[in-house]
Write a protein that binds this ligand. Structure first.
Ligand code: ADP
Ligand code: MG
Length: 722
């Protein structure tokens, strides 16, 4: 059996009653396979002896003699204390609710003891210990024990017992999933040994080998699946002749470019040419377009859409928020309709009556380009001939959503866009054989946004700075972490945080009474939201007090001030996106990151805060006692204007597995491997997988039999599109 074939319910194990089964399913453990893949998060090394005196560095693991008893507390609340000693020192065991232990732990007897100890009330104490008769040579000792991630109602004891039973029953029949030559070459373990040793290793060395085996196997199959998908895409030949395309602009594209008041940047030109070559190529395009906030990716996607339409197909441009989708639709209408292109705008908000004709026009081919949100792949959306899918802000979409929209066409071209750069290792893993274009330049005349840090107590200085900008005819955003007004689900109490709704009120009544302020957040009705945005972009509204709804895409060149309050609460990519809302016109723009101090404000400033090329700590007397993480993040914002650099820094700061945009479930469907941490293994696995597929695409050769069998009987990653 392959591990994934062990679909018997976990409840079939002895000792897994209905209550345990319910609790297991709460931890997504339903089958025996799930149970065996419920990997430990840590291990307790109970092989290595640690005397009492060593308690500070690790749990104690030693043989002790009981030296006496004592009782603390009074009456029915009395608690037993047992004194023990070994050669290195003495300690006490506090037996909360376990008075009966006195009968077992009788003075003079020897026990093997395991537990975490702390120095308390002048003695070395533990209340979480395990013991057994020293003579017994016991079960739980002298071994390395797994420590599982627990959830509601589950205990280590229950999980250890169940996993042990499952291993005893099913372990011996587990079949290898890696070709034998790889196992031998890399000195890996067989599958059955690896699974057993990962739960109950006999030594730390064996644990390491088990880990290496399971990680490699997971990455190997990930890359086999990625490679197979790449082959499928190439097999969906659109253009058999596959003439070498020059990537030159098509007639419609040329007409659009002639109508623009500006020229493409060289980054845009190069990306557009790469896309044109792909779309003329032999097989469907799969390209990721990266470019910093404001680099002009939308226009590049419009050029691609024109090419799709010229080829007789339809294009779908999908954005994660209604606000952004509407903005794209308006731009598309303004720029492309004059060229005779028929644009539709489709969002979940358009009700049945208005929707039916839109859907009909999409299905009938009356629409050339449809712009919208998630509804573009809803069940009732059908396309006559969807030939290009554009996914804007792709990190906001999950893998499943991407495959749903792709399924609306017959291998359509795919263009994904993001301002959140993805490290190459991740791009390789998650996006398979995606090609990447990067726009590295910005439209001319943009001045880098000047970033300033300010302590909340110095807010007045920020206000007066903003006031000058407003007096000069500019506009401003104020962003808060909460909506407020009871909309955050926490009645009234904001934990000292400023909220958008109350601040909108305060800004308009007290701070900037001579200007119009509007409130914008996700709970506001879409039509109202749109009225507000329109008015803001026409200048009817001067100040927008908002939550991070304004984070993606919003484009109002006359807004020159971005004030983010409680900036320490926002992630780096969010801060970068927010800052990207300003500096979109010719005027100098400013970003104020206002941070609040915890009550025990200390004396340390933000180290290095004044170093940035364009940025400085506006109020150099600033002092803060932010958490180290918060400090480091804000400092990165001061020192960097480039989204790629910020993403790299964020990667360093947050570590693997935490990269922006990969948090969504289903995005990285890995159980044990981490493509950043295990980058070297990933590269090796990819090489192995691809060389197998290149030499034997149908996996017919005897030496690849195992791989073929795995794919046939227990396909990995079957529930995600890679
Ligand atoms: P992003 O890459 O962040 O999606 P946008 O596509 O929203 O950026 O473009 C930002 C702004 O820059 C828009 O107002 C757009 O019209 C403008 N723009 C795009 N390309 C150019 C260019 N080559 N020259 C001048 N302005 C441009
Ligand atoms: Mg954009």
């Amino acid at each position: 059996m392959f591990l994934r074939e062990l679909t018997e319910p976990a409840g079939s194990l002895k000792g897994a009653g209905p209550e345990t089964v319910r609790r297991l399913s709460g931890a997504a453990v339903n089958s025996i396979a799930d149970l065996l893949c419920h990997y430990p998060r840590n291990w307790e090394d109970r092989v290595r002896a640690v005397p009492i005196a060593g308690f500070r560095n690790s749990p104690v693991n030693t043989v002790v003699r009981v030296s006496g008893h004592d009782w603390i507390g009074a009456g029915g609340m009395r608690t037993l204390k047992v004194y023990v000693e070994d050669d290195s020192g003495s300690a006490s065991l506090v037996c909360f609710n376990r008075p009966f232990l006195g009968k077992k732990l009788t003075p003079g007897k020897f026990f093997r003891l395991w537990g975490r100890f702390f120095y308390k009330y002048g003695e070395i104490q533990s209340s979480t210990f395990e013991f057994e008769d020293a003579a017994e040579g016991g079960k739980g000792f002298g071994r390395i024990l797994p420590v599982y991630p627990l959830s509601e109602g589950l205990t280590q004891g229950v999980l250890r017992r169940l996993v042990k039973d499952a291993l005893d029953l099913y372990g011996p029949s587990l079949e290898d999933e890696l070709p034998g030559r790889i196992t031998v070459r890399d000195n890996l373990l067989s599958k059955k040994d690896a699974v057993r040793a990962f739960h109950f290793p006999s030594s730390m060395e064996e644990l390491e080998r088990a880990r290496k085996t399971l990680i490699y196997e997971e990455l190997f199959y990930l890359e086999i699946m990625v490679g197979k998908r790449a082959m499928e895409r190439r097999a969906a030949v659109r253009n058999p002749a596959g003439p070498a395309s020059s990537g030159a602009f098509s007639p419609l594209q040329t007409r659009l470019l002639e109508r623009l008041p500006f020229k493409l940047t060289s980054g845009q030109t190069e990306a557009a040419a790469e896309i044109n070559r792909d779309m003329d190529g032999a097989w469907p395009m799969a390209r990721l377009l990266q470019g910093d906030v404001g680099s002009g990716k939308t226009l590049v996607s419009f050029l691609a859409a024109l090419k799709a339409v010229e080829g007789g197909g339809q294009a779908a441009i999908m954005a994660p928020t209604e606000l952004l989708a509407r903005q794209h639709a308006e731009n598309a209408t303004r720029l492309l309709e004059p060229l005779g292109i028929r644009i539709s705008f489709l969002t979940g908000n358009i009700r049945a009556a208005g929707r039916a004709p839109l859907l009909a026009s999409l299905a009938g081919g009356g629409t050339d380009i449809v712009v919208g949100t998630h509804v573009l792949f809803s069940r009732d959306a059908a396309y006559r001939d969807l030939s290009l899918v554009v996914v804007d802000e792709q990190h906001r979409f999950g893998v499943t959503q991407r495959s749903l929209i792709m399924a609306k066409g017959d291998y359509p071209h795919l263009l994904m866009m993001s301002a959140t750069p993805i490290p190459r290792t991740l791009a390789l893993t998650v996006f398979g054989d995606m090609d990447v274009s990067v726009i590295r330049d910005m439209p001319p005349g943009r001045k880098p946004v000047k970033t300033h840090l300010a302590r909340e107590a110095n807010e007045e200085k920020v206000y007066s700075f903003v006031r000058k900008e407003l007096a000069a005819g500019r506009q401003a955003y104020f962003v808060y972490p909460l909506i407020g007004g009871g909309e955050d689900g926490e009645s009234g109490e904001n934990g000292g945080l400023k909220a958008a709704s109350s601040m909108a009120e305060r800004l308009s009544r007290f701070v900037f009474p001579q200007y119009t302020t509007a409130l914008l957040h996700s709970k506001i009705d879409e039509d109202e939201k749109q009225r507000i945005m329109n008015s803001f972009s026409r200048g009817g509204i001067t100040i927008l007090a908002a939550t991070s709804v304004v984070e993606v895409g919003v484009d109002v060149p006359n807004a020159t001030c971005m004030v983010v309050e409680h900036a320490e609460r926002f992630g780096l990519s969010a801060l970068h996106q927010l800052r990207g809302r300003v500096g979109r016109g010719a005027d100098q723009a400013y970003c104020f990151l206002v941070y609040s101090e915890p009550p025990d404000a200390g004396s340390k400033g933000l180290p290095g805060a004044e170093k940035g090329p364009h940025n400085r700590d506006l109020f150099s007397s600033e002092r803060s006692a932010l958490t180290d993480g918060g400090k480091a993040r804000l400092r990165i914002m001061l020192e960097n204007n480039d989204g790629f650099a910020i993403a790299e820094e964020e990667l360093k700061l947050r570590g693997p597995g935490q990269i922006a945009g990969t948090e969504q479930s289903g995005f990285l469907p890995l159980g044990i491997a981490d493509p950043v941490r295990d980058a070297a293994e990933l590269a090796g696995a990819r090489e192995d997988a691809f060389s197998i597929l290149e030499g034997d695409g149908d996996l017919k050769k005897p030496e690849n039999r195992i791989v073929a069998e795995v794919l046939r009987r227990a396909p990995p990653f079957s529930n995600v599109a890679l």
